[in-house]
Design a protein around this ligand. Sequence first.
Ligand SMILES: NC(=O)c1ccc[n+]([C@@H]2O[C@H](COP(=O)([O-])OP(=O)(O)OC[C@H]3O[C@@H](n4cnc5c(N)ncnc54)[C@H](OP(=O)(O)O)[C@@H]3O)[C@@H](O)[C@H]2O)c1
Length: 314
Amino acid sequence: MSIDLSRKRILLTGGSGFLGAYVFEELIWRGVPDRSIFTPGSKELDLRKWESCVRAVKNADIVIHLAARVGGIGFNLKYPGELFYDNAVMGIQLMEAARQAGVEKFVCVGTVCAYPRLTPVPFKEEDLWNGYPEETNASYGIAKKALLVQAQSYRKQYGFNAIYLLPVNLYGPGDHFSVEDAHVIPALILKFSDANLKKLPEVTAWGTGNASREFLFVRDAARGIVDAAESYDKADAVNLGSGEEIKIRDLAEMIKDMTGYKGGIVWDTSRPDGQPERRLDVSRAKTEFGFQATTTLEEGIAATIKWYTETVLS
Ligand SMILES: NC(=O)c1ccc[n+]([C@@H]2O[C@H](COP(=O)([O-])OP(=O)(O)OC[C@H]3O[C@@H](n4cnc5c(N)ncnc54)[C@H](OP(=O)(O)O)[C@@H]3O)[C@@H](O)[C@H]2O)c1
């Protein structure tokens, strides 16, 4: 049965983050009054602390849990301990606090990094436990995957309505742009734009370029999360993706052309590729709650470059 979110009080953790800002917009667009959405930041309520989790869930009917420590390969290599601890402890405590407070529904947002390194492509939700994740993102992926077990256990023992979504790599306007810590799309946009400004003859990109990735435009991801919050109530995890895959080498060429950069690309093979291949089977989201991505990679990257040029560069 579908929930009328416009009548609910919603705790949206991570609401100030990249994805959170779009989920907030989507909720407003569907008629949820902004006074009904509580989006505490980490300064107001640090969710690594139990008392903050208890305060956060007070009066909430629905929890959408997005708060997390997140970054690209560089960030994962630098901070594996923090990524494990912060992501596990925030989620575990928040879900327990929500259960104790009698929250109606808990929407937990996981990550594609939870999948085993060599999952057959396209990744099906049933394959989640068939191996260890890619080493570079294992601590982040496993910390978040533990929350799936928690959600399923709470449903079994307490009848708690916790659902679990697995978005693929996201991108779009408002993303975090930094060479070392960012995800691949913002890192490449930044490098090519910077090389354009400085008239550099070449740009260095990480890895061999042979790995492939799937990307989901952040606004589509927000729509999928709110669709699931409204009308998906089962224990099984659900992938959220576009179902389309591109080699990093082709992605780099595409961004190079779209930023107007005329120089060359050098591949720094001393940097890791990360997981060799990533593409999700996106059929369950379509069957269960009618979600399908609608933004093409070209459209999404054009919007991201435009935002970066107008907002960050100017
Ligand atoms: N970005 C992707 O490609 C991607 C892909 C798949 C899944 N996801 C998942 O989507 C969710 C959102 O990711 P994002 O990219 O939007 O991340 P983000 O921009 O880095 O936002 C993270 C959010 O978490 C909050 N947060 C971090 N530590 C906290 C703490 N100790 N207490 C309370 N809040 C805390 C931050 O609040 P402050 O700013 O106030 O610190 C911020 O609002 C995450 O669960 C992530 O695993 C993201």
